[in-house]
Design a binder for this molecule. Structure first.
Ligand code: ATP
Length: 207
């Protein structure tokens, strides 16, 4: 079973770490693939991919079952999730259970993704649901079958939807960048990441 958790991780923060831990607990027999994307063309490049990757590895390497996957950093052009899913299908085969884990904001923007209607045939979805939060599932996913247990996703290769209860960690990379630009020393990131950001003088000129 392969579980994918993608993002820009610019920089990785405590929310990302908590989600990766929640996934490794919910899917103890799976490989949890944390996948940094290539910087989308419409975003201003803030730090190099090499820095984003180095921080992500520092934050994720200690979590059981979690691996940082370079599949999108190594591919030219925009990082489309359907392309990543097809590549993993080619490697692991049609019978492998593949789960795409998405936070609430990612679920909301799903309809603007490239070929989102392909998702139900390529993967399961695991929606990271913060305590008490209600998440609307876009209509294009109506054909997915909602299940109540994480283990139900291991029985078939794709097409099911599961809502995973996750802790509320009110932080975003945008907020971290803003805190750094304002000179705040207490950041909601792991200590190793705070040290890395400080010694490499990252994000200090964020507008
Ligand atoms: P930015 O502020 O730059 O948009 P971000 O903090 O949302 O960044 P991303 O790298 O874009 O981080 O997010 C990767 C994934 O992590 C997405 O699925 C997103 O929904 C999820 N995520 C980000 N922050 C949190 C958080 N605090 N709690 C739960 N999920 C999160």
């Amino acid at each position: 079973m392969q579980v994918l958790f993608g993002g820009t991780f610019d920089p990785v923060h405590n929310g990302h770490v908590a989600m990766a831990i929640s996934l490794s607990v919910a899917f103890p027999d799976a490989t949890i693939r944390v996948i940094p994307n290539r910087q989308p063309p419409h975003r201003t490049s803030r730090v190099s991919s090499a820095h984003r990757l180095a921080m992500l590895k520092l934050a994720m390497d200690e979590i059981s079952g979690v691996t940082v996957d370079l599949i999108e950093l190594g591919r030219d052009g925009p990082s489309y999730t359907v392309d990543t899913l097809r590549s993993l299908r080619a490697i692991y085969g049609e019978q492998e259970s593949i789960v795409l884990a998405l936070g609430a904001d990612a679920v909301r923007s799903l309809e603007s993704w490239y070929q989102p209607e392909q998702l139900p045939s390529l993967c399961h979805l695991c929606v990271l649901k913060r305590a008490g939060e209600r998440i609307e599932i876009p209509g294009l996913l109506n054909q997915m079958v909602e299940v109540n247990r994480a283990i139900d996703l291991s029985e078939t290769p794709s097409g099911r939807l599961y809502r995973l209860d996750t802790p509320e960690i009110p932080v975003s990379s945008t907020a971290v960048r803003e805190l750094i630009a304002r000179g705040t020393s207490q950041l909601p990131v792991p200590p190793t990441i705070a040290d890395y950001i400080g010694s490499n003088h990252l994000y200090q000129d964020t507008e």
